[in-house]
Write a protein that binds this ligand. Structure first.
Ligand code: TYD
Ligand code: MG
Length: 455
């Protein structure tokens, strides 16, 4: 039996504390911790007698299973990110920074689904009906039969969407505005959001409607308020992008009904989001291949290859401690590659500032970019431009060895498709398709790479 049934939960980040404190250790915010009845209803409190359990039938792993019934939007980039469409009876969380375009994306999805004959209800808690209508007009969605409500009370929303013909998909924009009469804390608190989301998920499971929940992300990259919401839903998609750039990426970080690591790529326009079916062309669009310090990385996003340019600038420093600045990549991985270059290749960078940028505001998460980063660094330091028609990929270990990465064939195929006839890659046991011109060069280790670039 649990000792205490109360816990103290930070309303900003959801961290659970044993006792009350003025400042949350988790996020550093002040006055955000409140007492929360976490165990409520489980039957552990005094006066409640635990009910006797009922045995459920055990089963085996093999047996008949049905494919999850899906609702296709016809927006292929969105369907790709959801793993083939929204699943009936499931809940999806779409997170992202405020102003990134979540409402726009979901309004377009709602319109597309409605045109396919689905019954769609869009509940906006952030904007008034008139504002949502204005957006719909801008997106050419005003003529569709999407049903609209501006409401934030959980019970009222449930009554509204439960009335009449069953909806195929419900969009709640956003979960941070939800509040319920049954939870006694203030709107926007962890308890309120959790209660609201639970109620929406229950509705989805009971009626078979797909539930799309919009959530804002804090600057730390978490869905604002409860992290727990991510555990409650079936899929989590992040809508992200650089404010200075006009494209947006819908990234799958959790999916109980499909693969994760998938991305959908969109381009912003005054008429809403447009699909980008070939992201490599977008990211390589403004390439200047004649300057030193630029290397094209042949990356993968889930099952899809993405070619993107990595740019490095290595210049003598005027500061006591040289600067290291990275945009679009992991700064500790950059430090590692700099250390390996110094230790195994005799490349001295202690007196140099190093800047690294991934073109187009794109963010690389794969360690396979190591070789492209190292190539860009060496190229910039040596002042020698890399061949314009060559791509780079491979992971670098601390010993300086270049290690194989997955999906070599797909990476090379995409490179060839976009006119790259050369590649520097790790030696791999996997089958490598022969290039049309056969200029795939396997790199043993970092000294090998340096001697090939700088001679
Ligand atoms: P919005 O969808 O409201 O963002 P969120 O719901 O994530 O807070 O979009 C923010 C603003 O950007 C809004 O004023 C409309 C504009 N916008 C465009 O003009 N074109 C686009 O393609 C997108 C996605 C947004
Ligand atoms: Mg919005």
């Amino acid at each position: 039996m649990a000792k205490s049934k109360t816990q103290f939960v930070c309303q900003n980040c959801g961290t659970v504390h044993n006792r009350w404190a003025g400042k949350c250790d988790g996020c550093g915010e002040w006055n955000t911790i409140i007492e929360d009845d976490m165990m409520g209803g489980i039957g552990s409190g005094p006066g409640k007698v635990p009910k006797k359990g009922r045995a459920v039938a055990l089963t085996t792993l093999s047996g008949e299973t049905e494919e999850a019934p899906r609702i296709f939007t016809g927006i292929s980039e969105l369907d790709r990110a959801t793993g083939g469409g929204f699943v009936r009876g499931s809940a999806v969380l779409v997170g992202g920074d405020p102003g990134i375009g979540k409402s726009t994306l979901l309004m377009q999805a709602a319109a597309a689904l409605s045109r396919r004959g689905h019954r769609i209800i869009y509940v906006s808690g952030e904007e008034a009906v008139a504002q949502v209508r204005l957006r719909a007009q801008r997106l050419d969605a005003a003529d569709t039969e999407v049903l609209l409500a501006a409401e934030t009370n959980v019970e009222d929303i449930l009554a509204t969407i439960g009335e009449g013909k069953r909806p195929d998909l419900v969009i709640i924009d956003s979960i941070q505005t939800l509040w319920s009469d049954t939870a006694d804390s203030a709107p926007g608190t962890v308890t309120q959001v959790r209660t609201g989301v639970q109620a929406m998920i229950r509705f989805a499971k009971q009626t078979g409607a797909a539930m799309v929940l919009v959530g804002h992300v804090t600057k730390e990259g978490q869905i604002a308020g409860p992290r727990v919401v991510e555990h409650m839903v079936d899929a989590v998609l992040y809508f992200e992008g650089d404010r200075g750039h006009h494209y947006r990426i819908l990234r799958t970080v959790k999916n109980r009904f499909g693969p994760t690591d998938e991305i959908g790529v969109f381009e912003m326009s005054d008429k809403g989001l447009r699909e980008v079916t070939n992201p490599s062309e977008l990211f390589l669009g403004e390439r200047n291949s004649k300057s030193p310090g630029a290397a094209v990385f042949a990356g993968m996003e889930g099952t899809r290859p993405v070619l993107v340019e990595v740019q490095a600038l290595v210049a003598p420093t005027s500061l006591g401690t040289p600067r290291r600045a990275v945009v679009g990549w992991d700064s500790s991985r950059l430090s590692m590659i700099l250390a390996v270059l110094e230790a195994h290749c005799g490349v001295k960078l202690g007196q140099h500032d190093v800047y690294l940028n991934v073109a187009g505001g794109y963010r690389i998460t794969e360690p396979a970019a190591d070789l492209a980063v190292a190539s860009a660094l060496v190229s910039s330091l040596a002042g020698l431009a890399l061949p314009a028609d060559c791509v780079y990929f491979g992971e670098i270990s601390l010993s300086g060895a270049v290690r194989p990465v997955s999906q070599t064939a797909q990476r090379l195929k995409e490179a060839e498709k976009l006119g790259f006839s050369g590649a520097m890659l790790p030696a791999t046991s996997a089958e490598v398709p022969k290039g049309a011109n056969g200029r795939w060069v396997t790199i043993e280790d970092l000294p090998d790479l340096v001697s090939r670039i700088a001679g």
